[in-house]
Design a protein around this ligand. Structure first.
Ligand code: ADP
Ligand code: GLC
Length: 491
């Protein structure tokens, strides 16, 4: 199958969150299954072209934006460890700026920046003589590609037999925009806006656009698929998901276990497996040696880790509400790696300042350190308000780091409460979004720490789980076949 992927993020080139990991892992596994994959990304100024050997090509593509043609030079690299081509769109106006989306509010012209990406996807594919069976677009950023596929490119010789699949990674970000601004740029008539597939509450909603125009729609876990279709977690998109209910399903994200493997991870101090869990301790000891003065370096105190964007979604309020009680009593130590909203960074800094040896905080984005923290911690917390899938808990399971999570979205699909009677289960969960429910789950989790039998069992159970991207890649291929059937093709 020829698969054309268009997205705002892809590991290792440009990453804010799990979207990047999933785009890369799927492409890698489709390639391994023998499919022909190409990825289109913006060439953000922050991408290290030397490190990833990304080179300019002679291809300059013209991209229709409203009445005008805009131009982009195409750069080319490959997904590391594969020969999957990745095409980067150079645009001084759109992408030569700090970061990816522009913090904290996002750049005012993000609609236009990503519209350009969505439209250029077709022009770049044409320029390289690629006839995709599938266009796979991710989140609101590239949702308009699905509208283009069914309108401007519907009878285009190269795309007439292409099906469009839209994957929702996070329905909280919908990409809203003024119809008078965006529709003319996208080549649609403003007069036909009201009540159209672009219209939600009187503005253009890119998330809705993707949902309505795609042949098939997926989201990143079965539980999140139910939540956003039937509850307010859908953030206004429920009627559209219901309308498209027959074409909508949840495909659980998978991890790239070649990147996240404690037996060979180059970013950790000591590698280990389920058979040599004692070596995991060397990671914890190293982490403590780096951060805690000798008198308080007690390895017996359990370490609770967190690696996360610092936003309301991630339940940082719950963490702030209960961390101090555990730190003060010396029952646990926290190691947090995060970046995001300033108010959370500030509140965490205050607590870390008060308990410098018990609450260890790194603010910033650091990929190598994320591996070190996950390998070194005894537990990993994710008290998310909502969580479409979540990858960090999947990585933690593989590293024998016991997850403590709120049972929502993909967290509910990947972590089962440990049952001491059956000795089944992989972590600790709670439902109610409250500090006390979270604290209670931490208490429960800590109570097993000094029970070698159960402690060993929980960690082994977790390490045996298989949430590999190989599985989800195969499920997406089924979705793609199903999308092609919908447009009358049998593959
Ligand atoms: P989300 O996409 O909502 O942020 P996920 O759990 O799906 O949540 O993915 C988060 C990804 O980003 C994981 O790979 C995690 O390790 C990584 N990550 C989050 N914050 C940081 C950080 N400060 N430094 C390094 N990696 C981070
Ligand atoms: C989003 C979600 C996260 C998910 C990731 C990858 O960022 O917040 O839960 O794992 O996308 O699909």
């Amino acid at each position: 199958m020829n698969i054309l992927v268009t997205a705002a993020e892809c590991t290792p080139f440009a990453k804010i969150g799990g979207l990047a990991d999933v785009v890369a892992a799927l492409a890698k596994h489709w390639h391994a299954l023998g499919h022909n994959v190409r990825i289109i990304l913006p060439k953000y100024a922050t991408i290290d072209t030397d490190r990833w050997e990304i080179k300019p090509t002679h291809i300059v593509v013209s991209v229709p934006m409203g009445w005008w043609q805009e131009y982009t030079r195409v750069w080319r690299g490959v997904l590391p460890g594969t020969d999957v081509p990745v095409y980067f769109l150079e645009s001084h106006d759109y992408y030569d700026r700090p970061g990816i989306y522009g913090d904290p509010e996002g750049y005012a012209d993000n609609d236009r920046r990503f519209l350009f990406l969505s439209r250029a996807t077709f022009e770049v594919a044409s320029s390289m003589d690629f006839v995709p069976d599938i266009i796979h677009a991710h989140d609101w950023h590239t949702a308009f590609a699905l509208a283009f596929l069914k309108s401007h490119y519907r009878y285009h010789p190269r795309f007439a037999r292409t099906a469009g699949v839209f994957t929702i990674h996070n329905i909280a970000y919908q990409g809203q925009s003024d119809p008078y601004r965006v529709l003319p740029l996208a080549g649609f008539r403003v007069e036909e806006f009201h009540g159209s597939w672009f219209d939600h509450d009187g503005v253009v909603n890119m998330m809705k656009t993707g949902i309505m125009f795609a042949d098939k729609i997926t989201t990143v876990s079965p539980t999140y698929a139910r939540e956003i279709r039937w509850t307010s977690a859908g953030m206004g998109m429920q009627p559209y998901l219901n309308l498209r209910g027959a074409d909508f399903l949840g495909v659980l994200n998978g991890a790239d276990y070649t990147e996240w493997d404690p037996t060979s991870d180059p970013h950790i101090v000591a590698t280990y497996s389920a058979e040599s869990l004692a070596s995991k301790e060397a990671n914890k000891a190293a982490l403590l040696a780096e951060t805690v003065p000798p008198h308080d370096r007690i390895v017996e105190v359990p370490v609770i880790g967190m690696v996360s964007r610092l936003t309301q979604q991630k339940g940082i309020d719950l963490l702030l509400g209960c961390m101090e009680q555990f730190a003060r009593s010396g029952r646990a130590r926290f190691v947090i790696l995060g970046s995001g909203e300033r108010r959370y960074e500030h509140a965490l800094h205050l607590l870390a300042h008060r308990h410098p040896t018990r609450i260890i905080l790194y603010t910033g984005y650091n990929s190598a350190l994320s591996h070190h923290v996950i390998a070194s911690a005894d537990y990993l917390v994710m008290p998310s308000l909502f969580e479409p899938c979540g990858l960090t808990q999947i990585y933690a399971l593989r590293y024998g780091t016991v997850p403590i999570v709120r049972a929502t979205g993909g967290l509910a699909d990947t972590v089962q409460e440990y049952n001491p009677v059956t000795t089944e289960g992989t972590g600790f969960t709670f439902r109610e979004y409250s500090v006390s429910a979270f604290a209670h789950a931490i208490e429960r989790a800590l109570s097993y720490y000094r029970h070698p039998f159960h402690w060993d069992r929980i960690r082994r159970n977790g390490m045996q789980q298989d949430f590999s991207a190989a599985k989800s890649a195969q499920q997406y291929i089924d979705v793609f076949r199903w999308a092609l059937e919908k447009i009358g093709r049998v593959v």
